[in-house]
Design a protein around this ligand. Structure first.
Ligand SMILES: Cc1ncc(COP(=O)(O)O)c(C=O)c1O
Length: 432
């Protein structure tokens, strides 16, 4: 067999074959735990390509995709403007280790759109952005303590994994092995939707202003305002982790959406147009603490990467109020249809829609915090719903704590097909 034929065989290999090979060389066969299907069972599909609202796997199966890279692909897959921007950028060199024009343009755009952000520093992931935001807050205040909320995920930062949602919740881990006690000694965990009482040791209060890693949980009226007031009372910084909400709830993210202004922000996902990008930001005064201006060190070989900034700009420049309204309408149609389809079959369900974010809980009552979300996951209905949908060509995230991410490429027909499938699957979820 010549080399070309061997490569072709590998390309068309079935999902199972790829999974077996993957498990030999990648822990769990994956590069991020949720993808391994551990909490839903079965074999992951290996994506060969994506276009708009759809992806195709190694066997040629088509899926209507609500994963959309966990929210990174707001325009859908392979958006032509993003592809063209990345292609052009690649032809001019993929990384230099020197500042570039597009980094300035992307930073200007973020500072213009998000009320209160005056400067950003770019990173290569949301984890790095959140980690650096915490370091900045500690450096700026000279204090140690970090307060976070159970079920909120801020990436795999040692000090923030405790009671993390998303993949951490799926694995049933509280935090992670390999994180030392000293790394979390200054982390305090509080229940979401209750304003914690802070003390004068608190450097920073970290929150997903709309929680989207324990399913989707909206902040109750007064919660975010209460956090702002409590931070002000003790002189702590309020940190909005907008890795999911940034440029998704609207141009101004959760900040403009809520009208509550934090002191420090983290961004990721949408800001990179599907390439590895994150950023953290603050006022010019707070950002003056970052090296080379100040004593808080932070850097990165690929930070502000030319391809990533090209993709981010090409994506963000397409997002205006009209498109956000369209996305929100799609999300509302999806949420209302899913709720109706499942309820009609007698399945206890909550389908919160916060702007373009949609959640799915198997619960009788609205989910307010992590304990409620866990109770929903423990019904065991999600894996059955997931597989019922997958077998009908609809791909949801393979874990009960993730949001559904309709994209701008999802059509009304896509949504209607999803709701029809959900109505069929719903009948399989209730006992006869
Ligand atoms: C709110 C939030 N913060 C941080 C992160 C970490 O981002 P990344 O996976 O790009 O490191 C995520 C990832 O899902 C997230 O949802």
């Amino acid at each position: 067999m010549d080399e070309g034929t061997a490569r072709d065989d590998a390309r068309v290999a079935a999902n199972n074959e790829l999974y077996e090979r993957a498990k030999r060389v990648l822990p769990g066969g994956v590069n991020s735990p949720v993808r391994a299907f551990l909490s839903v069972g079965g074999t992951p599909y290996f994506v060969e390509r994506g276009e708009g609202s759809k992806v195709w796997d190694a066997e040629g199966n088509e899926y209507l995709d609500y994963v959309q890279s966990y929210g990174a692909s707001i325009l859908g897959h392979a958006d032509p403007a993003v592809v063209a921007a990345v292609t052009d950028a690649a032809a001019a060199g993929t990384t230099y280790g020197a500042p570039t024009r597009r980094e300035v343009e992307l930073a200007e755009l973020v500072c213009e759109w998000v009320p209160g952000v005056e400067m950003i520093r770019m990173t290569s992931s949301g984890t790095e952005a959140a980690m650096s935001a915490i370091r900045l807050a500690r450096g700026a205040t000279g204090r140690k303590k970090v307060v976070k909320f159970a079920g909120c995920y801020h990436g795999h930062v040692d000090s923030l994994l405790v009671a993390g949602g998303s993949g951490v919740a799926n694995q049933g881990l509280v935090g992670s092995a390999g994180v030392t006690e000293s790394a979390v000694a200054d982390t305090v965990v509080a229940p979401y939707n209750t304003v914690p009482t802070l003390d004068a040791d608190t450097a920073v209060l970290a929150v997903e202003a709309v929680a989207a890693n324990m399913g989707v949980v909206a902040p109750e009226p007064g919660f975010l305002e209460g956090l702002r007031a409590e931070c002000d009372r003790v002189g702590a910084l309020l940190f909005f982790d907008e890795v999911i909400t940034g440029f998704r709830l609207g141009r101004g993210g959760a900040t403009a959406w809520s009208g509550v202004q934090p002191d420090v922000w983290a961004f990721g996902k949408v800001i990179g147009g599907g390439l590895p990008v994150g950023a953290f930001g603050a006022s010019a005064e707070v950002m003056a603490n970052i090296a080379p201006l100040g004593p808080v060190y932070q850097g990165g070989t690929l930070s502000g990467n030319p391809l990533a900034t090209a993709a981010g700009l090409a994506a963000l420049r397409q997002l205006d109020d009209e498109r956000y309204s369209a996305l929100e309408a799609t999300a509302k149609r999806l949420a209302a249809g899913l709720a109706e389809a499942l309820t009609a079959a007698g399945v206890p369900v909550q389908v919160p829609a916060v702007g373009p974010l949609v959640g799915l809980f198997f619960a009788d009552d609205a989910v307010r915090h992590y304990d409620d979300a866990k109770a929903s996951a423990e019904t065991g209905l999600y894996p059955r719903f997931f597989h019922g949908m997958l077998s009908r060509g609809i791909a949801l995230a393979p874990g009960p704590y993730e949001a559904l991410f309709p994209s701008l490429a999802h059509t009304d027909a896509d949504i209607d097909r999803t709701i029809e499938a959900a109505a069929e699957v719903a009948t399989e979820l209730v006992p006869d």
